[in-house]
Write a protein that binds this ligand. Structure first.
Ligand SMILES: Nc1nc2c(c(=O)[nH]1)N[C@@H](CN(C=O)c1ccc(C(=O)N[C@@H](CCC(=O)O)C(=O)O)cc1)CN2
Length: 288
């Protein structure tokens, strides 16, 4: 029997998106122009195409202008850097998003570093990473920001809580740890070299799994009554042998028997990523 309360990321995201739409209307009533987001997609990665389509639809619904720049996979790094430079100069563009992953011949770090930090609504630029790590205001990457919003809505104050972040990527693990430290949690960052991961995880009141390995975090790793935020999106073969299904980094059914709160996959963190992109775009526009 499942004991854990499922955290409905889709419902939280819809509420946040409605709040942003209201804020856009209010800003325009006060004389501002509509926020504008440039979305750059290079290549034909099927998942990226879906994510970009969903981001553009979410912008439209919230009254945010989106300007799509699609380029084929043969685009050179120099051409992409030139596009980013042009968007940096464009005063009608508040936010710039370059969808990842980029084709292998392009150095993603170089492209991210070329985005003006004050238009970097993905929060991936080293200046924004530094601002977050040092407690300064800046843009926070959308996925960890969405995780924090879900934790705040579910638990309220998390100061003093023991948290573990499993994974140390620049996009999720590291910024997530900074956000939790900012919220005064006691934070452990675990990774592939960590010794006795189950034991470390069992100490935590809050578990954020962002490791990219299907169902790696097991129910018996968890402290009863903890809160589990599953960032993983892994496509695996169905047991029937035909087709695939999405699973997270957490073995959901087992974990839901032990945790007090848990995000599902799909329908947990993913929808919050897109809602937080809108939040960051509104913030970029209101600073311009
Ligand atoms: N420039 C960026 N690139 C990438 C980011 C990012 O934040 N900025 N994150 C991911 C992909 N991503 C957004 O871009 C993203 C991933 C997943 C979801 C989502 O809603 N997932 C659904 C399931 C979707 C499915 O069926 O495949 C869910 O979890 O419910 C939204 C956005 C990498 N690239």
């Amino acid at each position: 029997m499942s004991l854990g309360q499922i955290i409905d990321g889709k419902a939280h995201a819809l509420r946040l998106r409605a709040d942003i739409a209201q804020a856009v209307i209010a800003a325009q009533a006060a004389g501002a122009r509509a926020p504008a987001l440039a979305v750059v997609l290079v290549g034909e990665d099927p998942a990226s195409q879906v994510y970009v389509r969903n981001k553009i639809a979410a912008c439209h619904e919230a009254g945010i202008i989106s300007i799509e720049h699609r380029r084929d996979a043969t685009l050179s790094q120099a051409e992409l850097l030139a596009l980013v430079a042009e968007l940096n100069r464009d005063r009608q563009v508040d936010g710039i998003l370059v969808q990842l992953p980029l084709p292998p011949h392009i150095d993603s770090a170089a492209v991210i570093s070329a985005i003006a930090p004050d238009k970097d609504v993905d929060g991936f630029h080293p200046v924004n990473a530094g601002r977050l790590a040092t407690g300064l205001d800046g843009f926070v990457p959308c996925t960890p920001l969405g995780c924090l919003r879900l934790l705040e809505a579910t638990l309220g104050d998390i100061s003093g809580a023991e948290a573990i972040v499993i994974g140390r990527s620049n996009i999720v693990g590291r910024p997530m740890a900074s956000l939790l430290i900012g919220a005064s949690a006691t934070v452990t960052v675990a990774h592939s070299r960590s010794r006795d991961l189950p034991e470390l995880t069992r100490r935590a009141d809050i578990v954020v799994a962002a490791v990219g390995r299907p169902e790696m975090v097991r129910g018996h790793w968890l402290k009863p009554g903890c809160t589990v935020i599953d960032v993983g999106i892994n496509r695996v073969a169905k047991e029937s042998g035909t087709g695939t299904r999405l699973v997270g980094d957490v073995a959901f059914a087992e974990a839901a028997d032990v945790a007090a709160h848990i995000t599902p996959v799909p329908g947990g963190v993913g929808p919050m990523t897109i809602a937080c992109l809108l939040e960051n775009t509104l913030k970029a526009a209101s600073r311009a």
